[in-house]
Design a protein around this ligand. Structure first.
Ligand code: GAL
Length: 919
């Protein structure tokens, strides 16, 4: 039966490079060239106990101080560099014979993966998920397996903050030899009539056993209520070492459709049995929905026209860099949904799978984007990887092949796109494909008419001209707007590097929110928009550089706090009445001066009152909105919104008193005590009457008890250089945020928040009992398994400390003692020497180390650096502790074990692992 275990726990991490080949002798170079022979930090002997223990997802980059000298504005001024990760873990002997896969959801950026001393993968795209089959190379039982990942993040793939390290999840999957292949299920529901659907299922069954396998594949569909609504069984056989693709069609009548408003998911259970016994099974979530695009009227979901109201986003969030716990994906998608958004562009790269799961669950359409415009073998592999990983997600409705590529309008780009499209279509012909273009759309020999949709980045002045030239080519605003705003700030200041929020500030190539939406919403043939960006992100602080460390583009800041444009989108995109006042009313010292006040509303008329005195009433053009210059006096500014003459909404802003305390709001009512669940906790400055104070910048500190921990903090200020991995943070314009993750347990979390000069607040986050996700524990013990042994046992007692010449590869051989007694020593009357040289750290040397032989027997003499340390006759294999107290230990310790063997004694020698322990 299949098991899928989390590999996220307890990795040893070293920031910087580590030594691989730690000596230049022939012996070392020769050994390093052999399977399993990687040395230094990639070897089992390496001492990583002094490395930091970290949990995945892990991003080391945002934890580095901002550095103007060594940092790059585009990457957010954090240094990146290199890092090493190691995890030692054991596998049960019962796992021997199973297929064992390690799945990496994503590593930034160049990753070299060593498993048990060999490089098994080099993955050089920071956004690609990849799978390594370690079946042949795994150890079972006592000897741990060693997984080492060297990450080189000195290289970049983008022009935004990319993070550094194993920043997505890692999994270990164990399967029977006859099993469903990795990504071996593709569910493709086809609508036949309003009532009838056929669920096309393609399942790849792989036979990795030594003999032909007669299997039965059961595909079973479960609806959202847990009812089984269809089942099909197919019998067949697969030859040893081969795969078969089984095609099934499961009819479904009147399925509940997946839609953005009601994202109903079905489950496909794929079960493989042999002789009636289940050997493998996997569950795939999917949905029933249709998509269609029309050059004149845009996008249709389930035959309903749907304007795409999307945002472009990178992956990072406040407090955690790009290492987002799954709960924060949910938070982010939720914030965008509340804004009325129905689509998400993964700019400019393939996202983590958990993001797509959240989009499936919450009803968010996705433009899934490829990172590299590349039709080489490597480029196509990355692209195919994206498609085979993501094609079961009902949320994914577009594939984007590139973003703003200089070759987009050229014959070379055309050839590349054709090849890339063929690669996608071979795997999935159900989603339209586009490129996000910032030019070249009018060229005859470019990419634009090859793709299914013309993706326009900005260039909205060109929609009509393009439509005239290509009346049958659908258009989408693949990237739009690029306006600037700073949350709760109403005066632009180039010295402070902040922007006002009246929808006027924008990049020179961009548009205001209103201009852009008008251009798109008034043209049915433009399918919709993907606004740059939903969330602020680290890096690309355009148009500024230092001290700005994150962008100013977001509709939401890096924490997900709304800037004013959020409400403008709500006014555009929601049906319910929206009436937001752009401004705050805390202008102490500005009495008698004018303050600009603006509407973000979908009401047709708005009346304005200051301290209950009528000021004005205006008809509102939704694409223009309205603004007033109001003479400031403290009190309450009120707007009344009317639709068809009826009062439908009232909004107010009020002058508050000084901040008195803090209000805490959590993303959800409780956490699951599984050590994984996480949420955003938002902190707001409030006055004694509980009113939000948008001008407060107090420093706040946090403490936490119970089954929870603070992963990081943020405040959404693009110019703030306070660290995110801290227990304190300044409020920025009244707000800051904690990312809180549960620990395994069910002790409610007590969070205490203390603002400087403010009344402290305690808040209880309930933690509900939950099962921990099955995981692979790590071993911290140091193993020394790779020994040299004299190749021929000698009848004469040899010199146990004889020198081994570094070029002599033939009088000694490498043995892995974890496999047990050596056959070659059976029936021998004589002597054998085992030799090893192990590095010892200062900490180990000073902590009463001892060598622990897990299994050893014979007439034993142990020499440490040439001196006899212990002599003992052990007739039958037992474990043996050899304390090293009193020995002058160098950084490298040579151990020689001379063993006298008698032919009548069974299994003499070092017959099991050896480890170094400390008392
Ligand atoms: C586009 C680009 C984005 C971002 C944006 C800022 O040209 O595709 O990645 O840089 O500009 O306006």
């Amino acid at each position: 039966m299949r098991e899928r275990l989390s590999m996220d726990k307890d990795w040893q991490f070293h920031l910087g490079d580590a030594v691989l080949l730690n000596d230049n002798s022939h012996d070392a170079v020769y050994g390093n060239a052999k399977a399993g022979g990687s040395r230094g930090a990639a070897s089992i002997e390496w001492n990583d106990n002094e490395w930091e223990t970290v949990q995945l997802p892990h991003d080391w980059s945002y934890k580095q101080p901002f550095d103007r000298e060594n940092g790059v504005a585009d990457f957010g001024y954090n240094t990146r560099g290199m890092g090493w990760y190691r995890k030692k873990f054991k596998l049960d002997p019962a796992d021997n014979g199973k297929q064992l896969l390690l799945e990496f959801d994503g590593i930034a950026t160049h990753a070299t993966v060593y498993f048990n001393g060999s490089i098994l993968e080099r993955n050089f795209c920071g956004y690609t998920s990849f799978v390594i089959d370690v079946t042949d190379r795994a150890y079972f039982g006592d000897r741990p397996n060693l997984l080492v990942v060297k990450v080189d993040a000195t290289v970049s793939e983008g022009w935004w903050y990319e993070g550094a390290g194993i920043y997505r999840h890692v999994w270990l999957t164990k399967k029977a030899p006859v099993h469903i292949a990795d990504r071996g299920v593709w569910v493709n529901p086809i609508k036949q009539s309003n009532a009838k659907w056929l669920t096309n299922v393609e399942t790849t069954i792989k036979n990795e056993s030594e003999e032909i396998a007669a299997y039965q594949l059961i595909s079973r569909i479960e609806d959202a209520n847990g009812e089984i609504v269809a089942e099909q069984r197919t019998e067949g056989s697969s030859e040893a070492g081969k795969s078969v693709v089984v095609k099934q069609d499961l009819p479904i009548e009147h399925p509940v459709l997946w839609d953005v408003d009601d994202p109903t998911l079905y489950k496909l259970h794929s079960i493989v049995t042999i002789n009636g016994q289940e050997v493998d099974s996997v569950v795939t979530n999917y949905g029933y929905r249709t998509i269609r695009i029309c050059p004149d009227t845009g996008f249709y979901l389930n035959e309903r026209p749907l304007k795409i109201k999307g945002t472009c986003n990178h992956q990072d969030h406040a407090g955690v860099g790009v290492a987002l716990p799954d709960g924060i994906q949910e938070y982010r998608i939720g914030r965008l949904k509340e804004m009325g958004s129905n689509a998400y562009r993964c700019a400019h790269h393939n996202p983590t799978p958990e993001l797509l799961d959240a989009c499936d669950r919450l009803g968010m359409l996705v433009m899934d984007e490829n990172r590299n415009f590349d039709s080489s073998r490597e480029g196509l592999l990355q692209l195919e990887n994206m498609v085979t990983r993501d094609r079961n997600h009902p949320s994914v409705v577009f594939y984007s092949l590139f973003n703003e590529e200089p070759l987009q309008g050229t014959p070379i780009g055309r050839k590349m796109v054709k090849r890339m499209m063929r690669a996608v279509r071979k795997l999935d012909s159900t989603r339209p494909i586009l490129g996000a273009m910032n030019g070249g759309v009018m060229e005859d020999e470019g990419t634009v008419d090859v793709t299914d949709i013309a993706g326009f980045n900005y260039m909205n002045g060109g929609y009509d001209k393009f439509k005239e030239k290509h009346p049958n080519q659908p258009i989408i605003g693949s990237e739009t707007v690029s306006s600037f705003a700073t949350r709760s700030n109403y005066i632009s200041d180039t010295e402070q590097q902040v922007f006002e929020s009246y929808d006027r500030e924008k990049a020179s190539w961009g548009n205001t929110v209103r201009e852009s939406w008008k251009a798109i919403n008034t043209r049915d043939f433009v399918m919709g928009t993907f606004v740059w960006t939903g969330f602020d992100y680290r890096g690309e602080p355009t148009p500024y550089e230092w001290p700005s460390v994150s962008t100013h583009f977001g509709i939401l800041d890096t924490c997900g706090f709304a800037k004013d444009p959020y409400y403008l989108y709500q006014a555009f995109w929601l049906d319910e009445p929206v009436l937001h006042i752009v401004a705050h009313w805390n202008w102490r010292g500005k009495e008698g001066q004018t303050v600009k006040v603006m509407t973000h509303t979908n009401c047709d008329e708005v009346a304005l009152y200051l301290n209950d005195v009528f000021v004005d009433r205006q008809t509102i053009d939704i694409y223009e909105q309205h603004e007033w210059d109001v003479v400031y006096e403290p009190g309450t500014l009120k707007m009344e919104g009317y639709k068809d003459g009826q009062l439908v909404k009232v909004s107010e802003i009020t002058t508050t008193d000084e901040a008195h305390t803090l209000r805490i709001e959590t993303q959800k009512p409780f956490l699951l005590g599984d050590g994984r669940d996480a949420m955003a906790v938002n902190i707001y400055a409030v006055d004694a009457e509980g009113r939000f104070v948008p001008t407060n910048q107090s420093k706040v500190s946090f403490s936490m008890n119970g089954s929870g921990q603070i992963l990081g903090v943020g405040n959404g200020n693009p110019n703030c250089h306070e660290p995110d991995n801290a227990m304190e943070r300044s409020l920025f314009n009244g707000c800051c945020q904690l990312i809180v993750q549960s620990k395994v347990g069910q002790e409610d979390i007590e969070l205490t928040v203390q603002g400087e000069g403010l009344q402290s607040v305690s808040y209880v986050i309930p933690v509900n009992a939950a099962e921990e996700m099955p995981f692979v524990p790590s071993i911290s013990e140091r193993y020394i398994n790779n020994w040299l042994v004299t190749q021929e046992p000698t009848a004469e007692r040899p010199d146990p400390n004889v020198t081994i010449h570094p070029t002599d590869m033939n009088s000694w051989e490498k043995v892995d003692v974890s496999f047990g007694a050596l056959q070659m020593l059976r029936g021998v009357n004589g002597y054998v020497i085992y030799r090893n040289r192990i590095p010892m750290s200062a900490q180990e040397k000073s902590s009463n180390p001892y060598i622990w032989f897990h299994s050893i027997s014979g007439d034993i003499e142990i020499y440490i650096d040439g001196k006899l340390h212990l002599k003992k006759f052990i007739p039958w294999s037992v474990d043996l502790e050899v304390p090293l107290q009193g020995v002058e230990l160098d950084d490298q310790v040579t151990i020689s074990v001379l063993i006298g063997i008698k032919p009548d004694m069974y299994s003499h020698g070092i017959n099991g692992s050896v480890s170094i322990r400390m008392k």
